[in-house]
Design a protein around this ligand. Structure first.
Ligand code: KG4
Ligand code: ZN
Length: 341
């Protein structure tokens, strides 16, 4: 293998990221810088696209400089530039694509447009060298889908959410209960002291065949359960809050575990069951998914959290696989707000 050093750029949601990946048959992350925007959007209760786009445009140069600095490299030592070309918020994706084009043109180096979801889906190969084919559950604030991964450009969607992503549901439940954002970690912490059996919340779509999921009704059920408690006692105690969190988390766990079982059912030749996305940080969920994998005699692969959430190392890695397969993009590379795998 010819050794290669790639620069990766990511700006499709609310993280501006740059990473440098060195590959000599084995991939090494030389630097991975992520500049988050949670603070910028906090007062609006969600990501504001215009604010995000402006922040990406301002920060891309800075994260690239910082990544080069960490890696102890200069731009001249970069062999190719990989950038998220979609899907995502169009302003942010455009900022990244324009920055990458500028660098590729100025340096006379190849440009590779990467699908953000492919970045997540290939991460278990970067972190664990997982062989094709494998099943991937992508669970984040914006995504929820099962993918069979047969190659760097061969994905089959086996099911996914028909409404909200689970991270979104965790965030909304936190808001309903007055817990801090991001909701996932705060709901998980509260749930530790709670009784998961106290509130009988729905397990959406379990009555329907297949691996599709739904989370919006679950969030509404939590709201109703909260209001019922408040109506009875004119307030929520810390225990009520913990019980609601535990009951909600158990419902998400049950649904994701059962749908994972169904997605895996009948799939042959798999080398493992992998997860990615911010929600994969949840310990209760991880334990349940690990059990599902073990039930099928499959290794369970969960990348470290920093590589589960949005980052540019995964973009550089997906770019590397595409580059090795011959992909080169030109100055006409476009930013795609929607881009299914
Ligand atoms: O992958 P990610 O960083 O961003 C994208 O959505 O692209 O995922 C963020 C989501 C948030 O909704 C957050 O609440 C959720 O992941 N999350 C968690 C946990 N940590 C983060 N959800 C459940 N349990 C956690 N421990
Ligand atoms: Zn993502």
């Amino acid at each position: 293998t010819v050794p290669l050093t790639l620069l990766g750029l990511e700006s499709s949601c609310d993280d501006t990221a740059a990473a440098i990946l060195r590959d000599d048959g084995t991939s090494h992350i030389l630097a991975s810088v992520v500049s988050g925007q949670t603070d910028l959007h906090a007062e609006f209760g969600g990501v504001v696209p215009e604010i995000a786009a402006r922040a990406h445009a301002e920060r891309l140069d800075l994260v690239v400089e910082e990544a080069l600095d960490h890696a102890g490299l200069t731009l001249a030592e970069i062999d190719a530039i990989a950038v998220t070309a979609g899907p995502g918020l169009i302003g942010g994706v455009l900022s990244g694509v324009m920055a990458a084009k500028g660098l590729a043109f100025a340096l006379g180096k190849p440009l590779i447009g990467v699908n953000h979801l492919a970045g997540h889906a290939l991460t278990p190969r970067l972190t664990h060298g997982l062989a094709y084919p494998y099943l991937m559950l992508l669970v984040s604030g914006g995504h929820c889908q099962f993918l069979r991964v047969d190659g760097s450009d061969a994905f089959t969607r086996l099911g996914g959410t028909i409404d909200d992503a689970p991270g979104e549901a965790f965030d909304k439940v936190a808001r309903i209960l007055g817990l801090p954002q991001p909701g996932g970690p705060s709901v998980e912490a509260e749930a530790l002291g709670g009784d998961p059996a106290r509130f009988a919340l729905p397990r959406p779509l379990l009555d329907r065949p297949g691996a599709d999921l739904s989370f919006s009704g679950l969030k509404t059920a939590v709201l109703r359960a909260r209001d019922a408690v408040i109506a009875k006692k004119s307030g929520l105690t810390a225990q009520d809050r913990a019980d609601l969190c535990a009951s909600f988390q158990a419902a998400v766990r049950d649904v994701l575990a059962e749908k994972s079982r169904r997605a895996l059912y009948g799939q042959t030749g798999l080398s493992g069951f992998a997860v990615a996305g911010g929600v994969a940080a949840n310990q209760t969920l991880r334990a349940a998914l690990e059990e599902v994998a073990a039930g099928q005699d499959l290794p369970f692969v969960a990348p470290p959290l920093a590589l589960c959430t949005d980052n540019a190392a995964m973009i550089a890695y997906a770019g590397l696989e595409a580059f090795r397969c011959g992909q080169r993009d030109g100055m006409d590379l476009s930013a795609r707000p929607r881009w299914p795998l």
